[in-house]
Design a protein around this ligand. Structure first.
Ligand code: DC
Length: 226
């Protein structure tokens, strides 16, 4: 591809693989926009909880899926997320939202709504974008110029997550992660999956700096047409 074309990079994988830190840093280094699609699913989940929608009732979720207005700010130095104009960057990271997000994001009407939003954000990124999630390479942006699938052992992922959530023990984090990944991987509509043409990077033995360098190199090779 020519370097003037806005480059679209899809980074997928389960939680705790360093997806967010890697995606943000790669976007910042290369002057690209950044979109955290998990934050959008968390935002719609937060709205459902706040508006008394039963998150165990897919029909109720489907009926309300079109109501909240979700806006993502795509500057990798300071990404933002609002729902109906309210800054929800903090509230979407609570245990309550985390425990309900897999059920909400499995509802096809929710996925259709959020996928459309993601495609329009990617299409309007003038200098290109790094989009991180679970189904970006397979479903949302199947024509992305570069697809990365990050993996890591369950132990490494749990250790990283419990480091982020200070005070939460590794064992319960590991159990919760495995449960959420199983739900995200087994749902019918666009599950967590590696695209056939994605480059898999196992981050278990790598530092964050090494993962970032690896992805930056892959993007630069693509841009150079290698
Ligand atoms: O990346 P995260 O942990 O913030 O994502 C939260 C949840 O959102 C995750 O458990 C599954 C869902 N998700 C999804 O279904 N599709 C995406 N592209 C991104 C996230």
């Amino acid at each position: 591809m020519e370097s003037a074309t806005p480059v679209i990079v899809a980074i997928d994988g389960p939680s705790g693989t360093g997806k967010s830190s890697t995606s943000k840093a790669v976007a910042a280094q290369l002057g690209l926009s950044y979109l955290d699609t998990g934050a959008q699913y968390r935002a719609i989940t937060w709205w459902m909880v706040n508006n008394g929608i039963d998150t165990d009732d897919p029909a109720a979720i489907a009926a309300a899926a079109g109501k909240p207005e979700i806006v993502s700010g795509t500057d990798p130095q300071g990404p933002t997320i609002t729902v109906d104009g309210v800054d929800v960057a903090g509230p979407i990271r609570t245990q309550e939202v985390t425990s309900k997000v897999s059920a909400v994001s499995a509802v096809p009407e929710v996925r259709a709504r959020i996928t459309e939003l993601q495609r329009s954000i990617a299409a309007s990124a003038a200098h290109g974008i790094v989009v991180e999630g679970r189904d970006i390479g397979t479903t949302v942006l199947p024509d992305a110029h570069l697809k990365i699938f990050l993996t890591a052992s369950p132990e490494a992922r749990a250790a990283r997550r419990s480091g982020e959530l200070k005070g939460v023990d590794v064992h319960s984090t590991r159990e919760a992660l495995i449960k959420r990944d199983a739900a995200d991987s087994s749902r019918k509509t666009s599950p967590l999956a590696k695209a056939d043409d994605a480059v898999e990077v196992d981050t278990t033995e790598l530092t964050l700096a090494q993962v970032i360098e690896c992805v930056v190199t892959l993007v630069e090779e693509k841009r150079a047409g290698k």
